[in-house]
Design a protein around this ligand. Structure first.
Ligand code: F3S
Length: 398
């Protein structure tokens, strides 16, 4: 792989041992995937933040890196942590878990990583432009950045995203290259999707079919960015989809119009939609309802506030989002309405990466295809999967 003089020096340790380690990792990845050179990135987003996911070995690794003087050189944001960094006690998190989690956050802070923990950094300050090269690792954010924004990133691991943040570079392969962004499967919709949970259901179903291919959707007549966020997150969870195109909706779809008639075709019908809901549901009675997977946008919080205005929930109800979006919700008065109804806005974490398995809840209600797919395995809980209105209805009943 071709390296510039500066990159050669970085590799030789001229900019310190940590930079050399990071370059070595990136060069090795580039060699494995046949990259011709390194490219500059404008931002990075690192996963592997929750103590539940990385444990003590991860904490030691990060502390070691921070102590060696690692510093990121491009804006680098974090994925959700294992708890709300401020209100963790309210969520029943133990002192031990909280202590370890805060050490992880301190290590990242020492490296100048922005310690707002969220899987939707594109909603509040880390919005790449079309065509920009980035190195992100959260699968739903990768999918959104590639597909909805048209930025370019591979699905990085936590260490490679951090190495990219520290060097400001990534290897030029995979989805950074135009020729690898072509769709290779046409998904023809025969049903009208109405809610974000419908988009999550579609994503869950299609992810299993396409695995790591690039689907091109036709027949989606109406959608907003929140709907696409749900679609991409679920496809990345049940499959490994890092890029998709939606006819007339996503920015690169028009480049491939002439191709689509030659692609293998899969149909998605009303019957498939029904089946997706059934497959994702284990029990009809959730005792905890959690929305905000991926982290809720301000418009989702606004809609929830409208629906909960002057209502009183009987069941525990959480909305996961970033601290930044919560600040907007506070200013808009949405937080007060939501809290008055008995729900909590939970920041920095989510139902999958927090230690939900240590709580007494039995069944989690969610409108997210990704969360519904992951909760049984990651949190050992049953799931009710349904749209927001049904979740609220269930939340209002004892
Ligand atoms: Fe985000 Fe957690 Fe869902 S990281 S995409 S809210 S599983």
């Amino acid at each position: 792989m071709y390296l510039t003089n500066e990159e050669e020096l970085m590799l030789k340790g001229e900019q310190g041992a940590v930079v050399a380690k990071c370059m070595k990792l990136l060069v090795r990845l580039g060699d494995i995937y046949g990259a011709d050179k390194m490219i500059s990135i404008s931002s990075s987003q690192a996963s592997g933040v929750s103590y539940k996911s990385i444990g003590d070995p991860g904490l030691e690794f990060l502390n070691g890196f921070a102590d060696e003087g690692a510093k990121v050189r491009v804006p680098t944001f974090l994925n959700p942590a294992g708890m709300d960094l401020e209100n963790w006690k309210e969520l029943g998190i133990s002192e031990t878990f909280a202590g370890k989690q805060m050490k992880i956050i301190s290590a990242f802070r020492k490296m100048n990583v922005v310690t707002t923990c969220s899987c939707t950094p594109y909603l509040f300050g880390n919005l790449p432009r079309f065509g920009e090269h980035i190195a992100w690792s959260e699968s739903s954010a990768v999918s959104f950045a590639n597909s909805v924004i048209g930025a370019r990133t591979n699905r990085e691991g936590g260490p490679s995203a951090l190495a990219a943040g520290i060097t400001g570079r990534t290897a030029n392969y995979g989805l950074h290259l135009e020729e690898n962004r072509k769709p290779n499967l046409l998904i023809n919709l025969k049903v009208e999707l109405k809610t974000s949970s419908d988009f999550g259901a579609l994503g869950y179903f299609i992810g299993k079919v396409v695995k790591n291919k690039i689907p091109y959707f036709s027949g989606i007549n109406k959608c907003n960015t929140d709907n696409l966020k749900f679609l991409g997150a679920a496809m990345a969870a049940s499959g490994a989809v890092a890029l998709y195109h939606v006819e007339n909706k996503t920015p690169e779809a028009k480049n491939y119009e002439s191709l689509i008639n030659r692609l293998e075709k899969v149909e998605y019908s009303a019957e498939d939609l029904k089946k997706s809901y059934e497959e994702l549901t284990d029990s009809p009675e959730p005792d905890l309802i959690v929305i905000g997977c991926p982290h809720a946008s301000i418009s989702e919080i606004e809609i929830l506030a409208e629906k909960l205005n002057n209502k009183k929930l009987e069941k525990e109800f959480w909305v996961c989002t970033s601290k930044s979006i919560k600040t907007w919700a506070d200013r808009m008065g949405y937080t007060k309405i939501i809290n008055d109804a008995g729900a909590k806005i939970v920041c920095d974490t989510c139902m999958v990466v927090s230690p939900l398995e240590e709580t007494n809840y039995e069944c989690i209600g969610t409108n997210s295809g990704k969360a519904a797919k992951y909760i049984p395995g990651f949190c050992k809980k049953k799931v009710f999967f349904g749209d927001l209105n049904i979740l609220i209805e269930k939340g209002l009943r004892k």
